[in-house]
Design a protein around this ligand. Sequence first.
Ligand code: SAJ
Length: 403
Amino acid sequence: MRICVVGLGYIGLPTSLMLAANGGHVLAVDYNRALVDTLVSGRVTFEEKGLPELYERARVNIEFRSDYPEADVYIVAVATPYIKETHKIDPQYVCAAVRNVLDACPDGAVIVVESTVSPGTMDKFVRPVVAESGRKVRLAHAPERIIPGNMVYELIHNSRTIGADDPETGSLVRDIYATFCQGEIVLTDIRTAEMTKVVENTFRDINIAFANELLKICREDGMDVYEIIRIANKHPRVNILQPGPGVGGHCISVDPWFLVGDYPELTQLIGTARRINDSMPEFVIERMGDIMRENGISSLERVGLYGLTYKENVDDTRESPTLQLLEALERRGQSGLVQVYDPFVARDIAPNQHHDLDSFLGAVDMVVLLVGHDEIKQNAAKLGRIPVLDTRNVLDLPRRYTL
Ligand code: SAJ
């Protein structure tokens, strides 16, 4: 069976490699030629534990290309941004990919959408594209569930959901994923699969918002939120997540908006959780101000933000709390002042960006730790003499402040 994976980003690349490493004949497509060239030359395109090794195992069974080939099954894993103003999904990349597949595929091919979509997207946007083409294909939705930082492990061990129009298509798609997935594979309909995926990320967003609200309450009255969460979590039915400088990434900070966008009247809790998490960068700025005053630091130019990615040990900066914080400073007319540094971000994406920990620390009198990369944990001693606002609660330092 010929399998074509469309979109070789954070999900499509590991998925295509996993299929190929487990014996599938994979045609891996991306319209970005530079990205395809990099993959053809033998390098992976982003940092992820175990990905280079997976690439080596996959290599003989995978072909990277920019044009759409004929295949039996197509797995579409392109980006699904949301429109900021309306909070609704922007399905243009999924629809364009499906159109290209329809131009290339044989009759009876199966098109599996892996991209996260808002509930109803397959009916509202994808089916009309198929109908318009007059082609006979079968549709399925198999939303990804892997967590950046542990993708290779989770691809193998997580359970999966596959939504399809009929049991035969569902079984066919299940058999493909079962070549590498050892978790339970649940078959359902497309609508349920779409909704389940968004619900999972919304659950996590609400839980983090609860932790962030607790943090604000505890700051108001001098209570230790981390100790309170640690103790509360000893209850067998309580599992509160960690407060922090905000929620970033292309999943949890985006997917709940799909529900808010489509059901504005019915999403009071979900919308409030989103707003609480989005308020955290401003909260960090307020706290930064207090600590600067307490330590006689008068200029933001001597304050350093450690970490630009959306979480620890990944190189992805999408929707990152640090970028949200920089935007908030800009809104206050304070742009371009703070120093920034992230060991995972080689290209310049912010003013005053350093590319070396020592140069960064040499330029600041105070550090705001926004991402708990292993690098800073291993070099915590270098922070010894200056005040540090540890928004992730990961360091043990004499002059440490928490949020
Ligand atoms: N965060 C906190 N406190 C926590 C946990 C996370 O502030 O206790 C922050 C992180 O720092 C980060 C953001 O939330 O900024 C999201 O990070 P994450 O590690 O919770 O999740 P993602 O976005 O990397 O991956 C999520 C996962 N979803 C769930 O755990 C329900 C993953 O399984 C999904 O595949 C992925 O979204 C996706 O693509 O949808």
